[in-house]
Design a binder for this molecule. Sequence first.
Ligand SMILES: Nc1ncnc2c1ncn2[C@@H]1O[C@H](COP(=O)(O)OP(=O)(O)OP(=O)(O)O)[C@@H](O)[C@H]1O
Ligand SMILES: [Mg+2]
Length: 252
Amino acid sequence: MVTIAIANQKGGVGKTTTAVHLADGLARKGHRTLLVDLDAQGNATSIFSDPPSREESVHELFRSRTAASELQRSTRNENLFLLPSVLELAEIETLLAGNVDGFFRLREGLKYANNAPGYIVMDCPPNLGLLTLNAFIAADYCILPIMASRFSLDGIRTMLDTLETVHHRFSQELKILGALMTMYNDRTAISGAVLEPVEEMISVFKTRISRSVQVEEAHLMRQTLFEYQPKGKITKEYEALIQEVLDGIEKG
Ligand SMILES: Nc1ncnc2c1ncn2[C@@H]1O[C@H](COP(=O)(O)OP(=O)(O)OP(=O)(O)O)[C@@H](O)[C@H]1O
Ligand SMILES: [Mg+2]
C-alpha cells in the first residue's frame, strides 16, 4: 500500500484535478486504488458519487474512528474506491484540535485488515490545517501541484517547512515525490518564470499539465478526462504523469 497526498495550501492550483486523475488513472492500470476526499467542498467526490450523508463520509472516520474499509464506496471504475467528503467536514478541525490523537486519525483509519488498496490518493483542502496534517502523517509521498502563475510561489517555502517538520517529528516515511506544474503554457514567459525558482527548491516532474478547457468540460460532465477525451493531449499528459509517479515510487 502506497499513500500519496496531493497538497498545496494555495487554492485553485489543480490539487483536486491531479488527485482525481492520478487515482482514476492508477485504477485504470489495474491497481486497486482509494481516493480520499479531504476537502469539505467535495469536488473530487462529485466526479464519482452523489453527496453522501455525514455518517457515510470521511467525517465519520475522523469523528468516530470508523475505518476507511467500512466507509469506502465503489465507483463506476471497478478498481477505484472513494472515501467521500461532506460540507460538515469543515467543522471537524475543531474536534480534532481537542483530541490527543487528532493528528493520527487518518493514518489509523487507513489501516486495512485485508483487501488493502495498492494506492491511496488523498486530495487535501487549500490550507495547512489539521486535515492536511492528517494527510501528511498518513502519507508515504506528497505531490505539490503548482499553478504556472506569478502568485503561486507564495507559500511553497511554508509548505516545505511543514513537510520537513512532519518528516522529522511524525513520519520518517514521508517523501516529496515532486512539484507538478499545472495549467502550464509553454508559450508564456510567466510559466517559465515560475518553473525556474521552483526547480531550485524542489524536484519538478518532467510532465507538465497544460491549460485546457477540456478540464472544466469534463468536470461539468462529472467525468474524468480518461472518460471524456481518452485520446486528448491533456489525457496523455496525465498518463505520462502517472508513469513518472510510478517510476518515482519504484526508485524510492
Ligand atoms: N489543466 C487545466 N486547465 C484548465 N483548467 C484547469 C486545469 N486544471 C484545473 N483546472 C480548473 O481550475 C480550477 C481549480 O482546479 P482544482 O479544483 O483542481 O484546484 P484545487 O487546487 O483543488 O482547488 P481548491 O484549492 O479550491 O481545492 C477548476 O475549475 C478546474 O476545473
Ligand atoms: Mg480541490
